[in-house]
Design a protein around this ligand. Structure first.
Ligand code: GLU
Length: 428
């Protein structure tokens, strides 16, 4: 990472919508439909803990720089807090709060015993050397070590963080304790207790729900054209696995721009090109598009797999896909949601579409706690079962309440957290 991996900067909008307000609005809709008792709704629409840290990092030239980071736990009623850590210049407390709330609903929807958390540091890692990135990660891990732990709060990779970053966090926490604590993070390398199938899990989950949605909507993957926005861990794996599943991948984008071929892109060739050039732009057998144009391209399925607020009130009216599968967290604003719904566009919401990652994180945590490791086939089979069950429960709720799949998913998730809260009772 560091200097070789550019950061995905939003290109369509410079974060015009506050993700935290959007997340609360989505929750309010579900709370209203569920007729949640107002006191309980008031608890669930806020985060439980928000922790801001400012910490110094020694730069390679000997100077000192102060960074700001956050770890937020939205809810821990159903189990330890769970959620990734992102490094990005646009990180804000409100963004991390929104992402932590979405983690709570995501874990509840796929019914794994975790609450929701998220962390972030305001930094552009492309401007740091590898050593600076390691020192920043270790110091941030130490700063938030009063919160994280296998039984309390378990970080994982997110935007611009990866297995190596998780290894540094695991090592820092372990060194401070004096013994190895693999289960303190997930998404680790295999050598230190990572899980088979974790790097590809989010993209695999996207593919599983894409196939389920196609079955439900009567779409044949063989004649279904797809555009994927974003070429990080989620976007690139989703495109490859959807291609393997028979979909035609017509459009792709990364931070530099987009490529499009109405006849379909050969994913092996694109991957080879990307490995060589560190970007997909300039791929010869395709037309160059802007990121904005890719979102509005003539395809059947659009997979936004970059950052929040990509489909907004400004461009939702021009989306031509009939199915949007949210690989990213929060890519569609509530305003855009309403426009898409009125146009008859179906959205597989983020809390289901990208839940494959945290589901296999759960498998990794269980394996670490038991010191007993599973084969990849077993992991993928269990993942498929969990994703398909959650898909069915979401669709059932949306049919019962004549509402969108997003609201259907929220009904399942919010009810699980509300029921757990009610059965535990209020302390003291
Ligand atoms: N960052 C991923 C997400 O947004 C994975 C979280 C995890 O595995 O804990 O779902």
């Amino acid at each position: 990472m560091a200097k070789t991996s550019p950061i995905p900067v939003p290109t369509v909008h410079e974060v015009p919508d506050n993700p935290w307000h959007n997340a609360q609005l989505q929750f309010d809709n579900a709370a209203h439909l569920l007729n949640l008792e107002p006191g309980l709704a008031a608890v669930l629409r806020e985060v439980k803990r928000e922790f801001t840290v400012r910490f110094p990092v020694k730069m390679d030239d000997g100077s000192l720089r102060v960074f700001e980071g956050y770890r937020v736990q939205h809810n821990v009623t159903r189990g330890p807090a769970k959620g990734g850590i992102r490094f990005h210049p646009n990180v804000s407390l409100d963004e991390v709060k929104a992402l932590s709330m979405w983690m709570t609903w995501k874990c509840a929807l796929v019914n794994i015993p975790f609450g929701g958390a998220k962390g972030g540091v305001i930094v552009d890692p492309a401007n740091l050397s590898h050593h600076e990135l390691e020192r920043l990660t270790r110091r941030f891990a130490s700063e938030i070590s009063i919160l994280i732990g296998p039984e309390s709060d378990i970080p994982a990779p997110d935007v611009n963080t990866n297995g190596e970053v998780m290894a540094w966090i695991m090592d820092t926490v372990s060194m401070e304790k004096g013994y190895s604590i693999p289960a303190v993070v997930t998404g680790k390398p295999l050598d230190i207790g990572g899980s088979e199938g974790r790097p590809s899990a989010t993209g695999r989950g996207v593919t599983i729900v894409a196939l389920a949605a196609c079955r439900k909507l009567g779409m044949d993957p063989k004649s279904t054209r797809v555009a994927v926005q974003g070429f990080g861990n989620v976007g690139s794996v989703s495109a490859q696995l959807m291609h393997e599943a028979g979909f035609t991948i017509c459009g792709l984008s990364d931070v530099y721009g987009a490529i499009f071929n109405p006849e379909g892109l050969d994913m092996d060739e694109v991957m080879a090109f990307q490995r060589e050039h560190r970007t997909i732009t300039g791929f010869p057998k395709a037309t160059a598009l802007s990121n904005e144009e890719l979102l509005e391209a003539d395809v059947d399925i659009l997979v936004p797999a970059a950052l929040e607020n990509q489909i907004t009130g400004a461009n939702a009216g021009r989306i031509r896909a009939r199915l949007v599968i949210e690989g990213a967290n929060g890519p569609t604003t509530p305003e855009a949601d309403a426009i898409l719904e009125s146009k008859g566009v179906t959205v597989v919401p983020d809390i289901l579409a990208n839940a494959g990652g945290v589901t296999v994180s759960y498998f990794e945590w269980v394996q670490d706690l038991q010191s007993l490791f599973w084969e990849e086939g077993e992991i993928n089979k269990r993942l498929e079962k969990i994703m398909e069950r959650a898909f069915t429960q979401m669709v059932l709720q949306s049919e019962e309440h004549h509402c969108s799949w997003r609201l259907g998913a929220y009904l399942v998730a919010v009810k699980r957290v509300a029921d757990a809260t009610a059965v535990r009772g209020i302390y003291p």
